[in-house]
Ligand binder design. Structure first.
Ligand SMILES: Nc1ncnc2[nH]cnc12
Ligand SMILES: [Zn+2]
Length: 312
């Protein structure tokens, strides 16, 4: 298995049904069902929002520092088994603060797990774009006392209707704090969202970015500036951003000379962790060892915080 970095992974999206049930029991939270197969049976999505509804609902079981520790520990164990040597991990503090979970429990549990996890890893704090720019700024200010615990900021959740330009100010504050910047753009939104993420938010990587391929000038810009794209093939199929893996534009992105990486996004929901994405690309798209090696090399080159010389 090739060594790789994972750069697009939402820790809350690694919450497997088994852990939903375990944490619900531990925290005495009522669930509609305690049958893991019945929970999994709900994971049939028609678009991004239909997934987000289930994703936010399941998070209700995450309450204590220990819960966040267990969640991240389970991910790091699985990631190591999938050849991950370094992970830059998204988390959604607003999804927890809004339920009354203190930021201290979130940072405490996640950073302890990363310290103990045996895999190089760092945190990226994401703003939920559908909660607007004022709340994003509030959460960034609340997180600044924990500044040493995260390396950057990102932008996720419902894309269409919430263009990157709304978040100019909070990204400016993040930049002034020396934080790295990424944003989901071009997953369901068009190329104009990717332009705004680059020009207005000054992002250093684009998360997803598959719809950038609709605009040749944008492709030229991404290529010239070597802006990495964190593509998530199984996610795109499960959220119907593409009809099937065989239709995925990823090979064309590579052919265009873009810095493409492959990632799992929300692996507990989309049928596979990162190596499973690589395997599916080979099986369904006939991608070669050479192409997959290039993608794995890109993942280290595109990382913000991987320090060791990488193998291969
Ligand atoms: N694929 C995705 N797009 C936007 N927001 C998300 N939050 C978790 N996964 C996401
Ligand atoms: Zn994502």
């Amino acid at each position: 298995m090739r060594p790789k970095a994972e750069l697009h992974l939402h820790i809350e999206g690694t919450l497997e049904p088994e852990l939903v049930v375990e944490l619900a029991r531990r925290n005495r939270i009522d669930l509609p069902t305690y049958d893991v197969e019945a929970i999994r049976a709900r994971y049939s999505f028609t678009n991004l929002q239909s997934f987000l509804d289930v994703y936010y609902e399941n998070m209700a079981v995450l309450r204590t520092e220990e819960d966040f520790y267990d969640l991240a520990t389970a991910y790091l164990r699985r990631a190591a088994a999938q050849g991950v040597r370094h992970a830059e991990i998204f988390f959604d503090p607003q999804a927890h603060l809004s339920r009354g979970v203190p930021l201290d429990a979130v940072f405490g549990g996640l950073s302890a797990a990363l310290k103990d996890g045996g895999v190089s890893a760092a945190l990226i704090l994401c703003f939920l774009r559908d909660r607007g720019p004022e709340e994003a700024e509030q959460v960034l200010r609340a997180a600044l006392p924990y500044r040493e615990r995260f390396i950057g900021v990102g932008l996720d959740s419902a894309e269409v209707g919430y263009p990157p330009s709304l978040f100019r100010r909070v990204f400016d504050i993040a930049a002034a704090e020396g934080l790295r910047r990424v944003a989901h753009a071009g997953e369901e939104g068009g190329p104009d969202y990717v332009w705004e993420a680059l020009d207005i938010l000054r992002v250093e990587r684009v998360d997803h970015g598959i719809r950038a391929m609709e605009d040749p000038q944008l492709v030229a810009r991404l290529r010239a500036e070597r802006i990495p794209l964190t593509v998530c093939p199984l996610s795109n199929v499960r959220l119907r951003a593409v009809p099937s893996l065989r239709d995925h534009i990823l090979p064309a992105m590579l052919d265009e000379g873009l810095v493409v990486t492959v990632n799992s996004d929300d692996p507990a929901y989309f049928g596979g962790y990162v190596e499973d994405n690589y395997v599916a690309l080979r099986r369904e798209l006939g991608m070669t060892d050479e192409q997959l090696d290039r993608i794995a090399r890109n993942s280290f080159d595109a990382s913000f915080a991987y320090e060791a010389a990488y193998e291969g």
